[in-house]
Design a protein around this ligand. Structure first.
Ligand code: JET
Length: 273
């Protein structure tokens, strides 16, 4: 996979040299390049922003440097830098624009994007990028404004670090033990169960006895019920999506204890609970 990141603060992306993603790059699994948007300006001051039409606070990123930068990275990615034409069946690269106004980036998005040949990340700053850039880019890219969550960052760079890590670890050969990915994908929209390691007693706190029992059936059931308990406590919104159609009796009882009944294969919060 090829990833290009365009930013006015390329040094912000330095962590991509480290750890898992840095290793993937060294191993040739990931061709990741960071570009300075200012290298695509033509004025003496390397200007990337200007005042907003219609008034209001802050500055807006000018369109032309973005068009120049995105044209250059799309050409590099297609392996058509000399303009020789394309005899292959290359897909359009995906242009990801981190934004509080984007669609939500989820694990499903990460899996989808991990299948692409080229991803280009455009890091906005200030009040954002002139909207016409996204309209124009649609001729050359699949454009995906993406939000990590309902909060505001100073720019897209930190969001890119998170998304590149989430996508990069799904690429074949990047995560050492593919079993950890398989177990993850089994999580069916629930939060993970709590984990423990040695010592079995630590500062007067014991590891739950069932985990030391060697009874793998009981352990699996305990972990599943812990997932239900945590999800009900921390992310009740996820339970509305959960497929409760074929739950065993013990699991329905666990949910009943948490204040949820199964109605038409869905969990419904009991009004009195
Ligand atoms: C963000 C991502 O804050 C987030 O993204 C960075 C950001 C900050 C300010 C402006 C901006 O512009 C994007 C743009 O899109 C067209 O112009 C992006 C919060 N959750 N996820």
């Amino acid at each position: 996979m090829r990833i290009d990141v365009v930013s006015i603060f390329p040094e912000y992306l330095a962590p991509l040299e480290l750890s898992l993603i840095g290793k993937a790059r060294q191993d040739g699994l990931l061709d990741l390049r960071v570009h300075d948007l200012r290298d695509f300006t033509t004025d003496r001051h390397r200007t990337v922003d200007d005042t907003p039409y219609g008034g209001g606070a802050g500055m807006v990123m000018k369109p032309e440097p973005w068009a120049q930068a995105l044209t250059a990275v799309a050409a590099e990615g297609s392996g058509d830098a000399a303009g020789a034409g394309d005899s292959g069946d290359a897909r359009k690269p995906v242009l990801i624009v981190p934004s509080p106004a984007g669609e939500r980036f989820t694990q499903a998005t990460a899996h989808q994007l991990a299948e692409e040949e080229q991803l280009v990340f455009a890091c906005g700053r200030y009040e954002g990028i002139d909207e016409r850039v996204l309209e124009w880019a649609a001729d050359h890219f699949t454009v995906r404004p993406m939000s990590l969550g309902d909060y505001v960052l100073n720019g897209g760079e930190v969001a890119v670090l998170a998304m590149v890590e989430a996508i990069g670890r799904l690429l074949p050969g990047v995560v050492g033990n593919p079993e950890s990915l398989v177990e993850e994908s089994h999580s069916d929209g629930l939060l993970e169960y709590p984990v423990y390691t040695k010592p079995s007693s630590w500062r007067d706190r014991d590891v739950p006895a069932v985990l030391l029992s060697g009874n793998h059936g009981k352990i699996a059931q305990w972990r599943r019920h812990e997932q239900y308990r945590r999800t009900a406590e921390r992310r009740p919104d996820l339970l509305a999506e959960f497929d409760a159609g074929k739950l065993p009796r013990a699991d329905r009882t666990a949910f009943a204890d948490l204040g949820y009944d199964v109605v038409d294969g869905r969990l419904k919060r009991r009004p009195d609970a």
